[in-house]
Design a protein around this ligand. Structure first.
Ligand code: SF4
Ligand code: SF4
Length: 179
């Protein structure tokens, strides 16, 4: 799940779940790099059926914080204040082989609206106010698309929807901003 974790949404994601680990799997040993879950995201997931074992408490390691700082360039001070060295945050629990415990044979077992915001946004992100996407080579939707427009279509997303999710994620993670 790549600091990056993921968002099985459409057919491409189902095919992806059947053919590869999808963005819902991380390399064993790199669990600390999984994206954080806010309280509101966890509540929504639990309301949709996620049980306490699906979550894990993770120390704010230097590697985790550095990764977050790279995701939000120029906001390191704010990120470090939100995730202090001695603190912990919630993340998704994974199996011994790195799969998110919510991943089923056809993708995520949660309804899309209850999934973590990072999962719903992936592989898209906003950088310097512009939409971009992560070049994740295992992404089936990316392999089947030619550029960002095709990728949006494959994943059943829109550019406006990507911006909206990104701002919701910032707010949930405590990186509130003026809009
Ligand atoms: S919550 Fe769902 S979409 Fe997110 S990593 Fe887990 S299985 Fe994938
Ligand atoms: S197609 Fe891409 S977004 Fe969908 S599950 Fe695979 S890696 Fe994730």
């Amino acid at each position: 799940m790549n600091f990056a974790a993921p968002a099985p949404a459409g057919d491409a994601c189902s095919r992806c779940a059947q053919s590869s680990g999808t963005c819902c799997t991380l390399s064993p040993g790199s669990e600390e790099f999984c994206f954080p879950l806010s309280g509101s995201e966890r509540t929504a997931m639990q309301a949709a059926g996620a049980t306490p074992e699906m979550f894990s408490s993770q120390a704010n390691t230097a590697g985790f914080v550095d990764n977050l700082c790279r995701l939000f360039p120029g906001e390191g001070e704010k990120v470090r204040a939100l995730f202090p060295t001695e603190g912990f945050h919630d993340r998704l629990a994974v199996s011994l082989t790195g799969e998110c415990l919510l991943l089923g044979p056809r993708g995520c077992s949660l309804p899309r609206e209850a999934r973590p915001l990072y999962c719903r946004l992936f592989p898209f992100w906003i950088r310097a106010g512009r939409q971009m996407y992560f070049e994740f080579k295992e992404c089936q939707a990316l392999r089947e698309s030619r550029g960002g427009g095709g990728l949006l279509k494959r994943l059943g997303m829109t550019e406006t929807g990507v911006f909206d999710l990104y701002h919701r994620l910032r707010e949930a993670w405590g990186l509130t901003e003026r809009r």
